[in-house]
Design a protein. Sequence first.
Length: 279
Amino acid sequence: MIPPIASRFVAGETSASAFEHARAANDDGVSVILNLLGEHYDDRADADADAAAYEQLVADIADTDLDACVSVKPSQLGLDVGDDAFRANFRRVVEAGREHGVFVWCDMEDATTTDVTLDAFETLVREFDGGVGQCVQANLRRTRDDLDRLVDVPGKIRLVKGAYEEDSDVAYTDKADVNEAFRDDLELLFRERDGGVAVGSHDPAMISYAKELHDEYGTGFEVQMLMGVRPDAQRELAAEGYDVWQYAPYGDKWLSYFYRRVRERKENALFALRAIAGV
């Protein structure tokens, strides 16, 4: 059983509990991106098993009226085993998504995985003419060039600030520099793309900037936030008519994910301490 303190950030251990959470979020006008927890497999059998679980998850979503899609991690689908394992399993999930009409996102992990992840995404999104989205991280120095490459691809691009600790030769490490890069990258996406822009941020300033860019360029966009982080803002943005998607992980590998969420943000840590203290 997931303790109440962790259930703020994790939608249960099973797909059934994740669907219950998704339905409640949908009732608030918020769509849901479901992520089966798992990463950094060094055994191909584990990666294949999670790919099969995603295929089933996609089919199960299609059998409901939920406004939901899925998101996968490269290392979950076998990237630590080898590029071919990842590409094969990513294709399996995307093909299932196409068959059942369910969108598939691919997360981005540390900088060493960027090339193979973007190559796989571009191959599949062009082959299937959409139905796939890719996360890119503004803190990486290379991201502007990556966006120039991806700006005309079908599908969607999710821009996030980036949560992985990277060396300063490949990433901006100062918060102000990351914010500046995020704004510049966001402006490029709104200026150059017809739609399919996802703003992956909890930062009110960045969300406000996205609204300004939408007014200036008319580009369609959505806001993506994590389950458990600024839930009131998610509902408020949805009530204002914006497309809001909540990234909701689930599964039995919840402990490491919860620990990472608490460490990431001061307000998350304070929430955890209050819950432990019973106040």
